[in-house]
Design a protein around this ligand. Structure first.
Ligand code: FAD
Length: 243
């Protein structure tokens, strides 16, 4: 999806020294890029469909769904398996052992929670909660950082934006184009362009992110596109220092 407003944003960034980057998931992140999506042809895919489904028949892959991990099993300080409840949080307790390694991927909140429930974390806190300390590690659960994001919107003139294409007869046209295999707004995610940059020349750690999309919401509303053509920039600090 190449769009005149997106190109104007990218060219504006170039004019102040921020280059185009063909792959922000590649060797370096900084620069402006069209947003990448997980898709097969025109169909957007979930991670499960894109990566897990093709590997489902591997003999060394066994997926247990609706399993609630309750504890990492340890041999001394080495993780050797996971205790879980089969069938959900109140399901039947079971255990699984690792041939090589245990990878915890429970997300921002639940990964440190599972570590703490397993006795890995700040000793004082675990003692207060009545959890046996297996590995004293003071940082576990102490570093949640939240970033504040600002959204800036503006009306646009003499250019087509997603706002007008997403309603009435034009939307019917977009749906038809999608099924005819032509360029359509139905293929798009919520953001079209990313820009990563740094606030400090000496650090250059891509601590700033700006996203751009040729669409805008009605004032004060989250999910209603504006009636007039418009565009949106969202900006945030990637690595906030306050906890
Ligand atoms: C509003 C929002 C917008 C974002 N936008 C972007 C973006 O534009 N670009 C970007 O790169 N990132 C973005 N992120 C961040 C991105 O979503 C996360 O970094 C990413 O999803 C983390 O993946 P994960 O697999 O580590 O964890 P998650 O996707 O959080 O998955 C963790 C899974 O573990 C499960 N789980 C938790 N506890 C247990 C347990 N005890 N037993 C069993 N299962 C458990 C959860 O149910 C969940 O399914 C955004 C996040 C949010 C909230």
């Amino acid at each position: 999806w190449r769009d005149p407003l997106c190109e104007a944003f990218i060219e504006g960034a170039e004019s102040i020294g921020i280059p185009r980057n063909p792959d922000y998931n590649g060797a370096y992140q900084e620069g402006t890029s069209y947003v990448q999506r997980t898709a097969t042809g025109k169909l957007r895919m979930s991670s499960a469909r894109a990566f897990l489904k093709p590997a489902r028949n591997r003999s060394n892959l066994h997926v247990i769904t609706n399993a609630h991990a309750t504890k990492i099993l340890l041999d001394g300080k080495r993780a050797i398996g996971v205790a879980y409840n089969r069938g959900g949080a109140n399901g039947r307790p079971d255990q699984v052992y690792a041939g090589r390694e245990v990878i915890i991927a429970g997300g921002t909140i639940n990964s440190p929670q599972l570590l703490q429930l397993s006795g890995i974390g700040p000793g004082k806190l675990l003692n207060e909660l009545g959890i046996e300390v297996r590995h004293e590690l003071s940082g576990v659960g102490e570093n949640l950082r939240d970033h504040y994001g600002t959204r800036l919107t503006a009306r646009a003139k003499n250019v087509k934006t997603i706002n007008e294409l997403a309603r009435g007869p034009k939307l019917v046209g977009e749906i038809a184009k999608y099924f005819l295999g032509r360029r359509s707004i139905l293929e798009l995610g919520p953001t079209l362009v990313y820009c990563f940059w740094h606030s400090d020349e000496t650090v250059r750690n891509a601590d700033l992110q700006v996203s751009f999309t040729p669409a805008s919401y009605k004032e004060g509303l989250q999910a209603w596109l504006d009636d007039e053509p418009g565009f949106t920039l969202a900006t945030w600090q990637q690595r906030p220092e306050s906890l």
